[in-house]
Design a protein around this ligand. Structure first.
Ligand SMILES: [Zn+2]
Length: 262
């Protein structure tokens, strides 16, 4: 989608979106940490080192670069700073740049950016608390519904929401059966709601591909988490979110290739 622009403009846009992703990644990671620890959305308290309590200056808060420049340690007390900060910031920067390359500098880029940012935040909260906050489901549903209404009217809204209803409904029925058989909850309500909103952003074949990718990612993540902290319950939200982003980026190409085989 960016072929229309000269290479130096493309390079500049990629740079801008990488910076935007780093800044948003830093802000949303802080928001996720606040929500996970039961604090409010907003607060005017300044960022401080959790180890020594020293207020952090602007120089200590530059996404990714501060952590790298300080060798992953607090400038004041030398306590190690979690690699979660640079990793999450870099991850959202990569996602923003990939979305720019996929959708180009168009109006169609806006909703995927908002959606990916919500998936990013809810995944971090889900990892910390095993709960997916409803607000990060409601925001992309509302944004996508407005987009579908503006581009296709009521009919567009219905056909856009249909894959979500089908995929969430079928997984809900399957999980209710599994609950009865295994006599324990197999899938949280938050995961079902997440499946619905993911379905609003994908076609039905892409939804099926997304579920397959989520299973592979989920098994990989679960095996890693079992080794790191065997007692922590495994949240499925991050696997679904990552699968949704991967499918949004290259799902159509894979589905097209697969259907072309017949
Ligand atoms: Zn410190």
């Amino acid at each position: 989608m960016l072929e229309l622009y000269p290479p130096y403009i493309v390079a500049y846009l990629i740079f801008l979106f990488a910076i935007l992703g780093l800044v948003m990644g830093s802000a949303l990671n802080c928001l996720a940490l606040r929500l996970s620890s039961g604090k409010k959305w907003s607060g005017n308290s300044r960022s401080a080192c959790p180890a020594c309590g020293h207020t952090l200056s602007a120089l200590d808060l530059i996404p990714l670069f501060s952590w790298l420049a300080l060798g992953g340690k607090c400038r004041y007390c030398k306590a190690p700073v979690s690699a979660r900060y640079p990793l999450t910031e870099a991850a959202l920067a990569v996602i923003y740049v990939c979305l720019l390359l996929k959708f180009g500098l168009t109006a169609q880029l806006i909703t995927p950016l908002i959606f990916a940012s919500c998936l990013f935040t809810l995944s971090l909260v889900d990892l910390d608390t095993q709960i997916i906050p409803d607000r990060f489901i409601i925001i992309p549903i509302a944004v996508r519904a407005v987009e579908l209404l503006l581009t296709g009217g009521i009919r567009g809204l219905f056909s856009g929401a249909l894959p979500g209803l089908i995929i969430a409904g079928s997984v809900l029925i399957l999980s209710l059966i599994m609950d009865k058989v295994l006599k324990k909850e197999t899938m949280g309500g938050g995961d079902i709601k997440l499946l619905f909103v993911i379905g609003m952003f994908l076609s039905l074949p892409a939804c099926m591909l997304m579920v397959m990718i989520a299973c592979v990612v989920g098994i990989f993540m679960a095996s890693v988490m079992m080794r790191v902290s065997p007692d922590t319950p495994f949240p499925f939200g991050p696997a679904l979110s990552l699968a949704a982003v991967i499918t949004m980026l290259c799902g159509d190409a894979v589905v097209g290739w697969y259907l072309g085989l017949f």
